[in-house]
Design a binder for this molecule. Sequence first.
Ligand SMILES: [Zn+2]
Length: 78
Amino acid sequence: MTMSDILHIKTCPTCGSDKIKRVVRDVTRKYKGQAYIVPKVGFYDCPNCGEKVYDHEAMLKIRAYSPAYRKVELLVEA
Ligand SMILES: [Zn+2]
């Protein structure tokens, strides 16, 4: 991994497929068994093996939404 802000991925690092592409989706993550949703995260998704590659910006956004970093209570819809 590099520290570059923007990743330019041409092939999947896991399976080598060139079908990997950048998508923007809501991402569901879990922290201590509690799911939380990070809206509109840009990342690379490989349709071949299911690998997901998050760039630096995406990681920062995910972290910003994480209960581990936010000291506010989250309302979780069932
Ligand atoms: Zn792959």
